[in-house]
Design a protein. Structure first.
Length: 504
């Protein structure tokens, strides 16, 4: 009997704590505003993250979809005492990232001091972050980037031709079928490796090892780290075997990159005083920075960030663009005709339809469905809700780009909407929404002070690849009609993760 009575008392206390906790979250918090709505119940010390069990991006996405449908564009989840807020409205995103840019320019504290601990993206908002970001922007805006881009276009065509020749040999010379994803990965990785470490520094075999290490590390990264939603000890407990493999891969990556940096430092010393000095790569700019904290570990972290942020997102964007053009042959033909007519007229600079195709693909299939998490340095009101200081704030890129209140038929691939006179003609995704009056109906590269510094290069890269590929008449881009993949349709199912790729 005493045990039954004790159980009843404990259950009553638990229910009382749950009621108090949930009523506290609903009452006015600041200036009459309340915290964003969340799922019920919210257990003390635990929160309500169990609503998306097992802890994967897929289950979290489904939980957020239900929350947004029930409560609107601003919702929240509790992980113990940590509040994570999710915003899927372009007006509120614009207000937060642009109009209140300084307040929202901070990053949540990183619980894992690994490869990302010294990066521009994760650096604390302040003078050090400003110096590193300005250095990166200056490098990406340098004139030699165009030269590397031009040579990488020739490299891509050669790789495609080599793959086609190998496939043709396997098919007795008839109807060779090439799946281009691996080719894109190879070419894009080579392009950004040249920008990061310098042309000719990374040999082909070393480039392959570096590419394999990047792929291994990315595959081992715990998905929910993107939302900072699990405590460190739970990450280690739940994913211990994966952590051991990750630490091993990081050590091998560190050793390889330090070897490449040492080779680049030697090359710099050899060309000092020569008339034909080589173009400065990203490592050169880091070696020239006057920053006491910039040691070997920091440089490896910055190189990792440079390659990781550039390669995975660019390759994924190209994958979605090519899939859409194969699926919509009429748009592909229109693109070919537009490129041919402009070349015939000598107009090589203007490329509105190429850019429209890229923008529409980025709107419908942004590589990252959420921006890197932000946080605030003070309590702030946003719409009808308050964002408490230190909250983990996430902005839904995919949801904003597919918003039915902003776009007509948002699920339809229609590049014409970005042409002059279309509903997206005034929309840009490379300026970061820096102008207070600018329409911000899509944010594939982020916005405000933390907008992606490589957005312009990424857009140029995608547009130039389309121009180069469709200017080459040696390839025909369509569904396979021969070989092992004959009859397979273009599967546009999304494989959710930190970067959202095609499932097949």
């Amino acid at each position: 009997m005493p045990l039954l009575l004790l159980s009843i008392i404990l259950l009553a206390l638990l229910l009382l704590l749950i009621t108090i906790s949930n009523s506290k979250n609903r009452k006015p918090y600041c200036n009459g505003n309340s915290l964003p709505p969340s799922s019920w119940p919210c257990l003390p010390l635990i929160g309500n993250q169990f609503h998306h069990y097992p802890p994967t991006i897929t289950s979290l996405t489904e939980a957020l979809r239900r929350l947004h449908a029930a409560h609107g564009p601003v919702v929240s989840l509790w992980v113990g005492s940590k509040l994570a807020i999710f915003i899927s409205c372009h007006d509120l995103a614009h207000r937060a990232l642009v109009h209140m840019g300084t307040t929202f320019a901070h990053r949540p504290a990183s619980w894992y001091r690994g490869l990302n601990s010294h990066c521009v993206n994760s650096a604390t908002y302040g003078s050090r972050w400003g110096l590193l970001r300005r250095n990166l922007c200056s490098h990406l805006g340098a004139a030699h980037v165009k030269d590397v881009l031009r040579s990488s276009g020739d490299r891509l065509i050669k790789i495609l031709e080599s793959a086609a020749a190998a496939a043709a040999a396997g098919e007795d010379g008839a109807g060779a079928v090439v799946a281009p994803l691996e080719t894109f990965r190879h070419a894009v990785f080579g392009f950004f490796a040249a920008l990061c470490f310098g042309q000719g520094v990374v040999e082909e075999d070393m480039l392959g090892r570096l590419r394999d290490l990047h792929a291994e590390i990315i595959s081992l990264i715990v998905e929910l780290d993107a939302f900072h939603l699990l405590p460190a000890f739970l990450q280690v407990v739940c994913y211990f075997p994966r952590w051991r493999k990750l630490l091993s891969a990081q050590k091998r990556h560190h050793l390889l990159v330090t070897t490449i940096i040492a080779a680049r430092r030697t090359r710099r010393e050899e060309v000092v005083g020569q008339d034909a000095a080589e173009p400065r790569c990203y490592v050169d700019t880091l070696l020239g920075l006057e920053l006491e904290e910039l040691g070997e570990d920091e440089m490896v972290s910055l190189c990792w960030e440079y390659m990781n942020a550039a390669v995975k997102t660019t390759t994924t964007a190209l994958q979605w663009i090519m899939a859409r053009l194969v699926l919509h042959q009429e748009i592909q033909q229109k693109l070919r005709n537009d490129i041919a007519s402009r070349r015939a007229s000598g107009d090589h600079q203007q490329r509105p339809f190429v850019e429209a195709v890229v923008l529409e693909a980025l709107r419908l299939h942004p590589p990252a469905h959420y921006l890197l998490a932000h946080t605030t340095d003070k309590d702030v009101s946003l719409g009808k809700h308050v964002i408490p200081r230190g909250s983990v704030v996430n902005f839904g890129v995919a949801t904003i780009g597919r918003d039915e209140t902003s776009w007509t038929d948002p699920g339809v691939f229609r590049p014409e909407r970005f042409m002059e006179g279309g509903e997206g003609s005034g929309v840009h995704c490379t300026s970061g929404g820096s102008s207070g009056s600018e329409t911000m109906k899509m944010i594939p590269f982020g916005a405000g002070r933390r907008a992606c510094p490589g957005a312009a290069v990424a857009m140029t890269r995608c547009c130039s690849r389309l121009l180069r590929i469709w200017s080459c008449r040696r390839f025909e881009w369509k569904r396979a009609t021969t070989g092992a993949v004959v009859g397979e349709s273009v599967d546009m199912t999304e494989k959710l993760g930190i970067i959202t790729e095609m499932k097949t």
